[in-house]
Design a protein around this ligand. Structure first.
Ligand code: IPE
Ligand code: IPE
Ligand code: MG
Ligand code: MG
Ligand code: MG
Length: 293
């Protein structure tokens, strides 16, 4: 199922890019740049989680797919900007040259900007008429909150400001919650909202998503210093070189792993309480655990 969700998302992303960019009188280079990073081979976790929650709670796949694509589009924006020379200054992403290495910095900045609006545009265009206007507005509001200064941007600002600074655990939690957690929260919430789940279930799912966001960034901090550049598809050891505040720099590798496992356990408990059994969520967890070992 995980693979099927991934394939559906990639196929639909290609179709949407074609639909909006072909025969358009707008600049070709910006669409090429937007498409480049979005369609490089990623794990598609945010799309998969949205599709799985939507499916578990009975949403129509045709409504879940544009959501999954918009989430991957927002994710691609965050990666392009994260890699810029003025941010993490990375040359490699998803095993290929970063966006600014291929298209130049100015186009990479603009592609990130354009992706944010493209995702929101897709949600409005593809959900209107199929979901109630209340749901469309709600989902688009969540999307925009997540992309901006109340979401990813808040975390990225704190991440940059924490470079070369003393360890402050509250700040570290804040960074991970916002730079990574908000998008996972948005992914799971979107799947749940288009399925119309009840508020008390939605709140538990948000808790699951918040935990997942933190444990995923802890995982990313760990593999940054345990895996090779070819295994990562991005430059290994980058956090240490840049003096980043991470769970590994704050606690050391072993304690960071313990924190990762305790968050995994907490998420098992939430799914058990909700009586949710999901092979997709289990497979994602297994994939992360395997790479941490
Ligand atoms: C990378 O996310 C950015 C972080 C939040 C750590 P992923 O590891 O999900 O990247 P892709 O989508 O698989 O390339
Ligand atoms: C990921 O942080 C956060 C976003 C991309 C928003 P990192 O800087 O650790 O991500 P990678 O390691 O470059 O993928
Ligand atoms: Mg970063
Ligand atoms: Mg980075
Ligand atoms: Mg990282």
């Amino acid at each position: 199922m995980l693979q099927k969700y991934k394939e559906i998302t990639v196929k639909k992303l290609e179709e949407y890019f074609d639909e909006y960019s072909l025969n358009s009188s707008y600049s070709k280079i910006i669409w090429d740049s937007m498409r480049y990073t979005t369609l490089l081979d990623g794990k598609r976790l945010r799309a998969i989680m949205c599709l799985e929650v939507a499916n578990l709670f009975g949403a129509k796949l045709e409504n879940a797919i544009p959501c999954a694509c918009a989430l991957e589009i927002m994710h691609a924006y965050s990666l392009i900007h994260d890699d810029l020379p003025c941010m993490d200054n990375d040359d490699l992403r998803r095993g290929k040259a970063t966006n600014h290495k291929v298209f130049g910095e100015a186009i990479a900045v603009l592609a990130g900007d354009a992706l944010i609006s493209f995702g929101a545009q897709l949600l409005i265009d593809k959900l209107s008429g199929n979901c109630s206007s209340d749901v469309v507005i709600d989902v688009v509001r969540d999307y925009l909150n997540t992309a901006g200064a109340m979401g990813i941007v808040a975390g990225q600002v704190a991440d940059i400001e924490a470079e070369n600074k003393k360890i402050d655990f509250d700040n570290l939690k804040y960074i991970h919650k916002y730079k990574t957690g908000t998008l996972f929260n948005c992914s799971i919430t979107m799947g749940a909202k288009i399925a119309g789940v009840k508020t008390h279930v939605l709140n538990r799912l948000k808790e699951y998503a918040d935990n997942f966001g933190i444990l995923f960034q802890v995982y990313d901090d760990i593999i940054d210093c345990t895996l090779s550049t070819s295994e990562l598809g991005k430059t290994a050891g980058k956090d240490e070189i840049s003096n980043k505040l991470t769970y590994v720099s704050a606690f050391g590798l072993d304690k960071a792993k313990n924190i990762f496992y305790s968050l995994i356990q907490r998420n098992h408990d939430i799914l058990n309480e909700l009586k949710i059994s999901s092979d997709v969520f289990n497979d994602i967890e297994e994939m992360l655990v395997k790479r941490i070992k």
